[in-house]
Design a protein around this ligand. Structure first.
Ligand SMILES: [Zn+2]
Length: 559
């Protein structure tokens, strides 16, 4: 361990927590953590700022800076002696302090992922950054004219002209062909790195370092396929009839561009009414600010630092970003006053409150969500409200009559939306698993095989292209998509627990979640505050009385 220079400067709080009761190994680990955080925290703050600047301006200088900083951070974690030290400590069984053991787990998996030769690491980060830059600066083409993503969405959600829809849908996929060679290079580099660590491919490595198991994921997805297949086919046949009637064609002639989303991952707004009507004269930013304040999870400071509106050269989607684990949390959106953006801002602010309301006394390594899917769960829990009739009535000051009108369709939207999402997540999970198992296979046709199987959408005529690669997740969040599904499962589990145990109600019939501080108190105490203090499944068990289960999701949406 002489390779490491320990800066032993425990804070007063740390001394209280980690006083004399610790054994030699625990003291060694604490020293390691202190020195590690002293190196990594400033780099991480700088990288976070570079990421923010890159996303808001699209400028390559920020992408370069981000890339350089990421390489420096990963280089620290690629140190083989330190990795061996952490591995030995874990195997020694001597780290009995639970808070230290959690930090050790996080460090160990962080180092494990980066045990590869430095040249390979650098190439991975470079290719990754190159793709993101191309993606961010790419604009799809509609009849020789550049189109923004917002424009494409508008056409896909409103246009009745089929030719126009087809062109917009194709424009949304063009970036796939532009980045496919880089993406396949990246997949192969990631696989090479995983194999050097003894894993069969990068997908397996990701799941294991994410503290999850492949068998468990396969089991959850198999079960969901079984339970949602029939309800989905029924709901989709109904939708197809409505869509086909609207276009004046037969259901059998529906193509991917007839649905209202490039990947059919969201419910088309085609039933009796369009929920956008209720939002078009409102301000979704203001609604979200008022809403979160009402449940005791104020977000005014977050919104003040955020970048909320559409602009040339800016990242076209949305995200939440914790810049320093000390309260500088920001979101990026491209807001319009529509239901989709109402959902998105509620969702991103859900991530943001998870970052903001951590317990500041927890050590730096634990001032993070318990898992990436637990922060998705909180984001989804709030994102679902944009279609919830009781929530809409209170927030938008609607009459009982209007609420009933919304209820008649929103139930269906929610149900369909969730079941549809489960089917879409199956496409992503299974595709990515196979992508990493064999990147040289005919991926373009594999993609459509899975879309036909799980989403019941027909492939377009002609040779299959790499449109699938336009899903940026393959680049920026590889082997991550299953976490969105786990997030939905947990959002349902939390909903069930809050309604029945926190509010003490028999049903969720009149639950609007508006203005009830018990919701904010519960979430701060059980979920947001502890951060990564517990393994994700321990946190869930502490917060809801049982480990993660799909039963509340199925009960809520697929029965
Ligand atoms: Zn999210």
């Amino acid at each position: 361990m002489k390779a490491i220079s320990f800066a032993v400067c425990l804070s007063a709080a740390a001394l209280l927590l980690f006083g004399c009761a610790h054994n030699a190994e625990e003291r060694q680990l604490q020293e390691f953590i202190t020195a590690h955080v002293a190196k990594v925290e400033p780099l991480s703050d700088e990288a976070n700022l570079a990421h923010w600047n890159a996303s808001t301006t699209g400028k390559s200088e920020y992408y370069d800076k981000l890339s350089r900083l990421q390489i420096r951070i990963r280089r620290i974690q690629s140190n083989p002696q330190e990795h061996a030290f952490l591995k030995d400590l874990r195997e020694s069984g001597k780290i009995r302090d639970a808070r230290l053991a959690r930090q050790l787990d996080k460090l160990y998996y962080g180092y494990l992922q980066n045990q590869m030769e430095p040249g390979l690491l650098e190439r991975i980060v470079e290719v990754d950054t190159r793709i993101q830059e191309k993606y961010n600066n790419f604009r799809g083409n509609i009849e020789g004219r550049k189109a923004t993503n917002s424009e494409i969405y508008t056409i896909l959600t409103t246009a009745r002209d089929i030719r126009k829809r087809e062109l917009a849908w194709k424009a949304s996929k063009q970036v796939g062909e532009a980045i496919i060679d880089d993406l396949l290079e990246l997949v192969k580099l990631r696989n090479q790195a995983a194999r050097e660590l003894g894993f069969d491919n990068y997908h397996t490595l990701s799941v294991v370092t994410g503290e999850q198991s492949l068998d468990e994921l396969d089991r959850i997805f198999y079960e969901l396929d079984e339970l949602t297949g029939e309800p989905f086919a029924r709901l989709k046949a109904e939708l197809d009839q409505i869509l086909a009637d609207g276009y004046g064609i037969a259901p059998a002639d529906l193509m991917p561009w007839h649905y209202h989303d490039p990947f059919f991952q969201r419910t088309p707004l085609v039933y009796d009414q369009d929920l956008d009507l209720y939002y078009k004269d409102k301000d979704v930013k203001e609604l979200s600010e008022v809403y979160y304040a009402g449940v005791g999870l104020g977000v005014d400071d977050i919104l003040a630092r955020s970048d909320l509106y559409d602009r040339q050269d800016k990242y076209p989607h949305a995200f939440s970003h914790d810049l320093d684990r000390k309260g500088d949390v920001r979101i990026l959106c491209n807001l319009q006053n529509t239901e989709r953006w109402m959902e998105t801002i509620l969702h991103e602010l859900g991530h943001a409150i998870y970052s903001k309301y951590h317990d500041p006394d927890e050590p730096w390594l634990l001032r993070e969500p318990a898992h990436s899917f637990t922060t998705e769960a909180i984001a989804m829990f709030f994102g679902r409200l944009s279609r919830n009739a009781a929530w809409m009535q209170e927030m938008l000051e609607l009459s009982d009559y209007e609420r009933r009108k919304i209820e008649q369709v929103s139930e269906k939207y929610l149900r369909f939306g969730q079941v549809l999402f489960a089917r879409w997540a199956m496409v992503m999970y299974n595709f990515e698993k196979q992508l990493y198992a064999d990147p040289d296979q005919d991926l373009n046709n594999l993609w459509w095989d899975l879309v036909e199987k799980y989403q019941l959408i027909k492939r377009p005529p002609g040779p299959a292209d790499a449109g699938w690669a336009s899903k940026l997740h393959f680049t920026t969040a590889p082997c991550y998509y299953h976490n969105y599904m786990l997030g939905e499962l947990l959002a349902s589990q939390l909903h069930h627990h809050i309604v029945h145990n926190v509010f003490g109600l028999d049903s969720d019939d009149n639950v609007s979640y508006v203005g009830d501080r018990a919701l904010g108190d519960y979430l701060r105490r059980e979920v947001l505050g502890p951060g990564a203090r517990y393994h994700w499944n321990d946190m869930i068990e502490r917060a809801t009385g049982e480990p993660l289960t799909s039963k509340y999701f199925v009960e809520q949406f697929a029965e």
